[in-house]
Design a protein around this ligand. Structure first.
Ligand code: NDP
Length: 326
């Protein structure tokens, strides 16, 4: 099978597209012919070695995959069935989606939701699934559209773009935060009503500021997350799902103990059932597929390594799907 393999030699991490012996596929009771994968921030880290996300080498990266069951020892999955996998450590601890075949435990599979093609499911991918988990957390916290704007950071990226699309379709007013002023038209087309500069949030701020947001979806972390908490309205909900700006959280407890703000952590990787199925069902219902297409770019397996190396410098917006079969 053709695939991307990341290897480690002493401290040197390198990724190559090569023919891989199928006998090397990892343990699992379902083998999937992978048709589509996607590109996520974590895949960049895995391929470039910028952060140690890979836990054993050699590794086929790719934290998402969609394909057709090739063989199955799991009664729930039949040969020819369309399935997808996001998370569970694929592309990090278990071979992932950037190869023509994958083998996984049946427990990790999700039947392709009715109403989505395999390509669309990967246009959503881990990033879109995570955006949905954030929206569901706001809803669980009782946030409704009449309470005020929802702030979305890293708006031009995968999680941010899908979050804007979802929230605007659900009737929320969305304020987008982006470091790219030239992305403003794109973000407004997705449904943002205003676009704020990243610099407004990225420096150390006061423990409490003016109450502005009913809720927030934050992919940035660090000072940005602290400043968002400090400017969220009484009883508001802040979802933290990313670290694009840093892992640290230099905040005070003031927003939590004086305004009842709730900080909700979001993890897509080990997200349990039935929430996992619910999120996919909600994506079918609440994501405008025409908007999803406008935020999606397509690359081939041959382009994956170059895409990872250029990620920070390129002007990519939204989501990237990977066509795996040549
Ligand atoms: P992308 O690379 O697609 O988007 C990230 C966006 O963040 C960029 O497009 C940019 O948006 C903004 N950004 C980049 N660097 C910085 C910076 N230094 N400071 C502030 N903003 C920055 O990534 P994803 O959307 O796929 O993922 C976003 C984050 O969420 C990542 O940290 C990722 O690891 C995390 N994540 C977490 C998951 C979970 O389960 N918790 C699942 C999926 C992702 P703009 O140019 O518009 O400012």
């Amino acid at each position: 099978m053709r695939g991307v393999l990341v290897t480690k030699n002493d401290k040197d991490i390198s990724a190559t597209l090569q023919d891989i012996d199928e006998q090397q596929l990892p343990e699992g009771n379902v083998t999937v012919r992978v048709h589509w994968s996607s590109f996520n921030y974590k895949d960049v880290l895995a391929i470039t070695g910028k952060m140690p996300v890979i836990r054993s080498y050699p590794m086929v990266p790719g934290i998402d995959l969609a394909g057709v069951v090739e063989s199955s020892d799991d009664d729930r999955y039949q040969v020819g069935q369309e399935v997808l996998v996001t998370g569970y450590g694929i592309g990090e601890a278990h071979w992932g989606g950037y190869a023509e075949l994958a083998r996984v435990p049946g427990d990790w599979l999700v039947p392709l939701p009715e109403g989505l093609t395999m390509r669309q499911s990967m246009a959503i991918g881990t990033a879109g699934f995570t955006a949905m988990l954030c929206v569901m957390a706001l809803e669980r916290g009782g946030v409704t559209p009449d309470q005020g704007p929802i702030l979305v950071t890293g708006a031009g990226g995968g999680v941010g773009s899908v979050a804007i699309g979802l929230l605007s379709k659900l009737g929320y007013e969305v304020a987008a935060v982006s470091g790219r002023p030239e992305a403003a038209d794109y973000l407004k087309e997705l449904g943002a009503s205003e676009v704020l500069p990243r610099s407004e949030f990225s420096e150390a701020g006061k423990p409490l500021g003016k109450e502005r947001w009913a809720a927030a979806v934050d992919v940035v972390g660090s000072h940005t997350l602290a400043n968002i908490c400090a400017s969220t309205k009484y009883d508001g909900i802040v979802t933290a799902c990313g670290l694009a700006g840093g892992m640290e959280f230099p905040a005070t407890v003031a927003p939590f103990i004086l305004r009842g703000v709730t900080l909700v952590g979001i993890d897509s990787v080990q997200c349990k059932q039935p929430r996992r199925s619910e999120a996919w069902q909600r994506l079918v219902e609440d994501l405008d597929l025409a908007k999803l297409e406008t935020m999606t770019n397509e690359i081939q397996l041959d382009d994956v390594i170059e895409t990872a190396k250029n990620w920070g410098q390129s002007d990519h917006r939204g989501r990237v799907v990977v066509a795996v079969q040549s």
